[in-house]
Design a protein around this ligand. Sequence first.
Ligand SMILES: NC(=O)c1ccc[n+]([C@@H]2O[C@H](COP(=O)([O-])OP(=O)(O)OC[C@H]3O[C@@H](n4cnc5c(N)ncnc54)[C@H](OP(=O)(O)O)[C@@H]3O)[C@@H](O)[C@H]2O)c1
Length: 486
Amino acid sequence: MDPSTLKVGEKMFKNPSLVFTIFGSTGDLTYRKLLPALYHLKHRNRLTDDTVIRCIGRKEYSKDEYIAIIEPWIKKQTRFSFNQETFNEFVKHIQYIKMEFTNKDAYSTLLDYPVGLDNLYYFAVAPEYFTVIAEGLNHVNYLSDFKHRVILEKPFGDSLEHAIEVNKVLTNLFGFENLYHIDHYLGKEMIQNILAIRFGNRMFESVWNHDNIEQIQITASEIVGVETRGSYYEQAGALKDMLQNHLLQIMSYVVMDKPNTLNSSDMLVKQKSIMEGISLDDIVLGQYDKNDKFLAYRDEKNVHPNSQIETYAAVKIHINKGQLKNVPIYLRTGKRLKQRATYIKIIFKPSSSNLYSNLHQEVITIKVQPDEGISLSFNAKKPGTINTITDVKMDFCQSCILENRINTPEAYERLLDDAFGHDDTLFTPWQIVEMSWKFGESVRELVKIENRPLVLYPANSQGPKEADEMLQRDGFEWLDEDEISY
Ligand SMILES: NC(=O)c1ccc[n+]([C@@H]2O[C@H](COP(=O)([O-])OP(=O)(O)OC[C@H]3O[C@@H](n4cnc5c(N)ncnc54)[C@H](OP(=O)(O)O)[C@@H]3O)[C@@H](O)[C@H]2O)c1
């Protein structure tokens, strides 16, 4: 067969319309997220017939062996019931290529395979390899014809300095507009919904300001510990893994002033303004300790026995401009906590009414995962009383409706679909990545300057008491969220 032609299923193609190449195709991210997302896109007829999914790994697998490995992952992760026929069609798109990506000369292997008219690379590898792979592709002149784009996983570097260096090298080789920084939280349904809720409703838009809002809390808590990812986590910690990217991104959607349009350049203007205006007020870093059921972080596999890495981070910040100027914003994230849940609480200032006593907090809750929805807590008269106030809750649970669950694409599915269609709206622009790094570095700097201790918290708890005390000093407390079962 002419090496520049390709057989996908029964059809022959000269240059496929899209070649999607995954570096790190035997990793956790690929098995758990990327391949299931691609399978879903196949199920929804979102892959063109000639799309090639080129999986690069250093393990010696035949295509059949690789398919046998991925099948159970897809069965486990699919949001539809698994369909063997669709899977059989899906795997026709897949190639497995054995290649050691740290060996520059090994890239010549790729020359045996046709380049696409559009080539999208997914670097599902540690950031130290981003430039290694890009330079390897360039070394064999692979990037010279047609379009070449890259999706980069967070963390986009090991430090601010490294992130800037990576960006420079990749911009030179691919072009600035061809770099897609993925923050999969932006692909989540309720994150996209934040702007719709805020700017599609006068009743919310009109009160979303510092005159009415007392404080904002954003929580992303996990039950799991580091599991098998100890070596990665030792380099990252909660700040780099969650806070400086996912939580800041969510915060910017909650706080940003209204963009002129929802396109990426208008959104960038507003997001930049938020990121420029962040002031850091307080911070608590913690690490989980053992309890009778779970290991301490320091006893986990591939973790240093005296590790100083934080598995919990809580910060207090405020933005010094815009509609929510000076409103306290509390962000917290951690592993081995009591609950798996990501949610946002918008807490209103107490009513100025003197007609009623014992008023409760008015709160808008946006639930991001695992439950998706929005609820309102407000005051009403208790039935049968003269003027006794009770707090009531109105709840819209998006994910309780089976049809919504089935029709809601997973974040990676949504973002890959967007990237295939050249839509970068839900990817993080480099300017924001850089600002997030600057914020992360400022947190680390403060911890160092003020010699803040890393505090221990018991596994399966709500986190360190020091994080509670941070809010208590302001006269507040964390508002937790119950899980809905459906
Ligand atoms: N897992 C997630 O849910 C998740 C979420 C967000 C971001 N990320 C980020 O995504 C990246 C990958 O994460 P992961 O969890 O998938 O990591 P992982 O399970 O450790 O996978 C890393 C992949 O890179 C390959 N690799 C490493 N060194 C190589 C080399 N010299 N030559 C060829 N292949 C090499 C590994 O191959 P072998 O299998 O042969 O070792 C494996 O396929 C990380 O930067 C992580 O921070 C992951």
